[in-house]
Design a protein. Structure first.
Length: 444
């Protein structure tokens, strides 16, 4: 299957091949023909599947097919509106529209909060055909008379589950109401909880359901594992694992902003070029950090979930869950940052005994028991003997007698030795292409 066979117009096919895409991804092959026809779409797909082009290409195709005269000035009356949860994602979607539409005479504009609005007002005066926006700032600008949605022909909701998680439901309802009933609507979500189905029922008309991966399944190309480690030993273990030669472009997730900053400081002290990206950083600092990561100047980016949502960086070799996410679906989002567009990737999770219940919830969601300590290079389906360690229960905690807490014993913190949790010692050699694990030793 080629892009040409999907009946996309020649300027679009040319732009796409310039992006280096030779064949459509699965979601593109399914979504593009339906969207070109004008059908509504309900897409269940994780990031990394090529879903941005799956909606951007047909939107561009349809807009270019019947061009409309622009009227310069306010209010802007876009013909396509794309809503997404974060500024980073908005920027990336906008950049995709610019890239895929480079041979078309269409204009695009991106709108998000946290920055001065005057530049956005100027761009809006240029009569954009497509507006990519986060819901809050979009509504502000609508209320101030800079935008009207009465000419919207296609409405796209991207990462809808995240928008709901972030409390945007009322904003979304208001925005959808302002668009014509005759519009085409596409809704994409990585997961399909009941709240998304309700929203979909309300705003989509006889949608084609497109699913490229089973709900919440994790990409097969991702080699996942979990390391059981005491909380205080995590920085040391991370530093150790980051030094493996095959660990190149790495995203590390922490639960809190403070945790991200603290970790970056520690990594830098160990000579690792790391940067943090989270909600307390200014937009400029976030953009700078992301650019440095994308260009390879920074090898390790430490992020919180909200800040990481829009990160679309190719070639992430490793994702580390420094903290296990409390929400199991967040795990799927996090590890989806690696193994994008057919590449392979490694996802390593550090699990302290307190986090064992969250790990169990993840394993239930993805239907797989994660390999422990990189011992196996594939997810294992609950094999006898390993299951206990792979899905630890609260009472699996190493007994104080064998794993004394540093506070109580006065000793230095140390990693729990594999034998203490009933596992054989490490394989003597690690496989190429995977992070090396070394025998436990005292942290210092
Ligand atoms: P997305 O799921 O939209 O975030 O896309 C993930 C990555 O896949 C992006 O970096 C795109 O540039 C890339 N991509 C999208 N479509 C294709 C394609 N047909 N062939 C190769 N790479 C693609």
């Amino acid at each position: 299957m080629t892009f040409h066979e999907l009946r996309l117009s020649e300027p679009i096919v040319r732009a796409v091949s310039q992006e280096g895409y030779t064949n459509p991804t699965a979601i593109q092959a399914k979504a593009i023909p339906a969207a070109i026809k004008g059908s509504d779409l309900l897409g269940c797909a994780q990031t990394g599947t090529g879903k941005t082009a799956a909606f951007a290409l047909p939107v561009l195709h349809r807009l270019a097919e019947n061009t409309r005269k622009h009227s310069i000035g306010h209010p802007a009356r876009p013909r396509a509106l794309v809503l997404c949860p974060t500024r980073e994602l908005a920027t990336q979607i906008f950049e995709s529209f610019v890239a895929y539409g480079r041979y078309l005479k269409l204009r695009h504009c991106v709108i998000f909060g946290g920055v001065s609005q005057s530049r956005q007002e100027r761009h809006l005066a240029n009569a954009p055909d497509v507006i990519v926006a986060t819901p809050g700032r979009l509504l502000d600008l609508i209320n101030q008379g800079f935008i009207r949605l009465d000419a919207v022909e296609t409405l796209v909701l991207d990462e809808a589950d995240r928008m709901l998680d972030m409390g945007f439901i009322n904003d979304l309802r208001k925005i959808v109401k302002m668009t014509p009933d005759t519009r085409q609507t596409m809704l994409f979500s990585a997961t399909m909880p009941a709240s998304i189905r309700t929203l979909a029922d309300r705003i989509l008309r006889e949608p084609e359901f497109i699913q490229v991966d089973p709900v919440a399944s994790t990409a097969k190309a991702i080699q996942q594992s979990v390391h059981r480690v005491e909380k205080g030993d995590k920085p040391h273990l991370l530093t150790e694992m980051l030094s493996a030669p095959e660990v190149e472009r790495t995203l590390v997730f922490t639960r809190t902003k403070h945790g991200a900053d603290k970790l970056v400081k520690g990594l830098r002290r160990s000579g690792i070029h790391a940067d943090a990206i989270h909600g307390n950083k200014s937009q400029n600092a976030r953009t700078r950090a992301l650019d440095a990561f994308r260009s390879g100047r920074t090898a390790v980016l430490v992020a919180t979930d909200v800040a990481a949502r829009g990160i679309d960086v190719d070639g992430i070799t490793h994702v580390f869950n420094f903290d296990i996410p409390m929400d199991p679906e967040t795990y799927v989002h996090r590890i989806g940052r690696t193994a994008r567009a057919g590449a392979s990737g490694v996802a390593v999770s550090f699990c302290s005994i307190e986090e064992a219940p969250y790990l169990r919830a993840i394993e239930r969601l993805i239907g797989t028991t994660l390999a422990v300590d990189g011992q196996s290079d594939r997810p294992v389906r609950k094999p006898a003997g390993v299951a206990v360690a792979a899905a630890p229960r609260a009472n699996d905690a190493p007994k104080p007698a064998t794993a004394p807490s540093p506070a109580r014993s006065g000793q230095k913190r140390r990693r729990v030795h594999r034998s203490e949790v009933g596992l054989p010692s490490h394989p003597t050699k690690s496989k190429p292409g995977k992070p090396r694990t070394r025998p436990a030793r005292s942290a210092n």
